[in-house]
Design a protein around this ligand. Structure first.
Ligand code: NAD
Ligand code: MG
Length: 390
């Protein structure tokens, strides 16, 4: 039996991962599940999957979790330390599906104990790409991408030599506002931004899809994971979300990965790698679909894409700054403190203010310097939002 743990088990990726594992319980021993506020879901899944331990991120809810697990034999724990402790428990395969920078530490700890890390938490690569890739190398652990585009690129590269790759193209659905004017986008509400035309995902990544901050994070993720020059990375708007990515080779070939917009494909690929196993996803009938569409993204409507390349040109801790500022700007939009287009203004302003500071220039990347930068960027972003509201 393979030992597996799932961090962010109550979220969209976590639940899809549980769906796959629960179909084949005889093959897996579940070590740890973690969640946040959804205590009942966490407890229910931990009991059903017979996990050793269930951890909620919220320390104040430990008693509630204990009560929900009473008599089941599943251990209850709470808080960020407890999540890191659970990630240190030996497992063969660990799903990193916490949303935001909070996902970095458990991923690092899982790699340190030698697990294969299935990485949905793109923020880990954005904030600390060199650190997480270096930890995998040092500890002999493997990272498998779970973001659909990166799984698609990874699959397109099997048996290929990176030196023959000329470009990596990741697609973007365009999100909720792909056909909206700039004026309408300026007035968009969090509710409008929270529904995705093709994918069913957590609220934060859905809003990030509408602003293309998600694609901006993914451009950085591509550079960090595949270690290619950022000039090689392109974004293509593809409203149908069926071609997830394309790899362009030096002989002119473009290898496209085509599949239904269902995260269980990328999760299942990472779960069974290097094999392929039958997955419960739709089989596409291209004759019924008929046509697929592609166009260049409009950088005026999606400034996040321009910022991603600026961040990559800065290097070092600029990714941690970018992600943290984006998380605070997103909070500000969700809480109606700033407008939809102001999210990019906040992030750009934070990058500008901090690019002059010592913090961003500090070349050494450790968990401490990343955390420090993250805190400073959050504080600066809150100041910028307060100034915008003055
Ligand atoms: P979600 O909001 O549905 O779930 C997030 C999970 O993280 C929940 O279990 C929540 O309890 C937990 N969590 C939230 N804040 C936490 C904190 N501070 N500490 C510990 N746990 C915390 O999110 P999601 O859509 O499943 O996305 C998870 C990650 O996967 C994100 O990094 C996202 O970018 C990435 N991703 C998601 C999808 C998708 O289809 N949903 C696709 C590609 C990549
Ligand atoms: Mg993606």
């Amino acid at each position: 039996m393979r030992k597996v743990s799932i961090f962010g088990a109550t979220g969209s990726i976590g639940q899809n991962t549980i769906d796959l594992i629960a179909r084949d319980m005889a093959s897996y021993a579940v070590v740890a599940l973690s969640g946040g506020q959804n205590i009942q879901q966490l407890a229910k899944d931990a009991i059903r999957l017979r996990a050793d331990v269930a951890v909620t991120a919220d320390e104040a809810r430990l008693e509630e979790l204990r009560a929900a697990l009473a008599g089941s034999g599943v251990e209850a724990a709470a808080g960020a330390e407890a999540i890191a402790e659970a990630a240190a428990r030996p497992a063969d395969w660990v799903m990193s599906a916490i949303v935001g920078a909070a996902g970095l530490r458990p991923g690092l700890v899982a790699l340190e104990q030698g697990a294969t890390l299935a990485l949905a938490n793109k923020e880990s690569l954005v904030t600390a790409g060199a650190l997480i890739m270096g930890t995998a190398e040092r500890c002999g652990g493997q990272i498998l991408p779970v973001d659909s585009e990166h799984s698609a690129v990874f699959q397109g590269l099997v048996g290929e030599d990176m030196s023959a790759v000329e470009r990596i193209i990741i697609t973007a659905s365009g999100g909720a506002f792909r056909d909206w004017s700039l004026d309408d986008m300026a007035k968009a509400t969090p509710e409008q931004a929270s529904s995705h035309p093709n994918w069913n995902m957590g609220q934060r990544i859905t809003i990030d899809s509408a602003s293309m901050f998600n694609k901006a994070l993914e451009v950085i993720e591509t550079k960090e994971f595949f270690r290619c020059p950022h000039e090689m990375i392109e974004v293509l708007v593809h409203p149908e979300s069926m071609v997830h990515a394309l790899v362009g080779f030096n002989d002119g070939a473009l290898m496209a990965h085509v599949g239904p917009p269902d995260m269980r494909h990328a999760i299942g690929y990472a779960l069974h790698y290097p094999e392929r196993q039958k997955l419960p996803v739709e089989r596409l009938d291209l004759s019924k679909i008929g046509s697929l569409h592609f166009r260049d993204p409009d950088l005026e409507r999606y400034p996040a894409l321009r910022l991603a390349h600026e961040v990559l040109a800065m290097g070092g801790l600029a990714g941690a700054t970018f992600n943290a500022a984006k998380e605070i700007a997103l909070d500000g939009f969700i809480d109606h403190r700033i407008g939809f287009l102001q999210m990019a203004e906040v992030v750009e302003e934070v990058l500008e203010r901090l690019s002059a500071s010592q913090c961003l220039k500090n070349a050494e990347m450790t968990l401490d310097t990343v955390t420090e930068t993250d805190h400073l960027a959050r504080k600066t972003a809150l100041e910028v939002i307060a100034e915008l509201n003055r």
